[in-house]
Design a protein around this ligand. Structure first.
Ligand code: PEP
Ligand code: MN
Length: 272
């Protein structure tokens, strides 16, 4: 483990969270909640999901138009075609968007439309992309490489910060282990380890971390109880019909339950 902090004279976890909260008008007592479908599929399902988030007071929406898929034959995302309608829907429902850049050109395409740039698990080791996202000013959600240890993860964040962008939020999304009952093994150890080792906030993605909708709510609760600063969760109006990751996506009823429960647990943890 590193001796803390990795980098001197930078924004602290508290100030990054405060920046996030004030930029996105997140209530001070709320965890950071980023939710939405795995992929933007069409206008209708995106608008339906946006309306749910707005109703529940969730301010940050997943809006992936470029999708890194294991198989080249799977749905690769709606691409540039989706950019206009996701912006319109975000404006209508007063939401801020979080979207993944898989290459440098995506950052330019997303920059005027989204509030947070996501770097996915497969690109955590893509140092050219990390430098590029560090040289722009939008906050960056950096997902842990599925084969990366905590040191590699924290140093990937430093690649971004070294270029001048301190607004990095880490995201634990599960690592590859021998366990096969879940898609990945959600390493909640990294939550306290992050707080003990770095000055960065960390959120947890129990959707990719488990790969199964019936395990998402318990693991979201566990993440918040372990001290995570928030969660990222996949929610879809009809999970059985989703073009990607339907098995791990919550339906609207499940998502309402999750939001209610994690807000309660977050408030309790803050009082301890
Ligand atoms: C995602 O959150 O859209 C995603 C692809 O996750 P990961 O990079 O963690 O697999
Ligand atoms: Mn997904």
């Amino acid at each position: 483990m590193h001796s803390r902090p990795l980098q001197e004279n930078t924004m602290s976890c508290g100030s990054i969270l405060q920046t996030m909260r004030s930029s996105f008008r997140i209530h001070g007592d709320d965890p950071i909640i980023i939710a939405g479908p795995c992929a933007v599929e069409n206008e209708e399902m995106f608008a339906e999901t946006a309306a749910l988030l707005a109703e529940l007071g969730v301010r940050l929406m997943r809006a992936a138009v470029f999708k890194p898929r294991t198989s080249p034959f799977s749905f690769q995302g709606i691409g540039e075609e989706g950019l206009e309608f996701i912006s319109e829907i975000a404006t209508k429902y007063d939401l801020s968007l979080v979207s993944e850049a898989m290459e440098a050109s995506h950052i330019d395409l997303l920059a005027d439309r989204v509030a947070v740039i996501q770097i996915g698990t497969r690109n955590m080791h893509n140092y050219a992309l990390l430098k590029r996202v560090g040289a722009q000013q939008l906050p960056v959600l950096l997902k842990r490489g599925f084969m990366a240890d905590s040191k590699e993860f924290f140093l990937a964040a430093e690649y971004i910060r070294k270029e001048g962008n301190d607004k990095v939020i880490l995201c634990e999304r599960g690592i590859r282990t021998f366990e096969s009952s879940t898609r990945n093994t959600l390493d909640l150890n990294i939550v306290p380890v992050t707080h003990l080792t770095t000055d960065l906030p960390i959120i947890v993605d129990p959707s990719h971390g488990t790969g199964r909708a019936d395990a998402v709510i318990p693991m979201a609760r566990a993440a918040i109880a372990a001290g995570a600063d928030g969660v990222m969760v996949e929610v879809h109006p009809h999970p059985a019909k989703a073009l990607s990751d339907g098995l791990q996506s919550l339906d609207f009823q499940g998502f309402r339950t999750l939001i209610h429960q994690i807000r309660e647990i977050y408030a309790t943890v803050r009082r301890l």
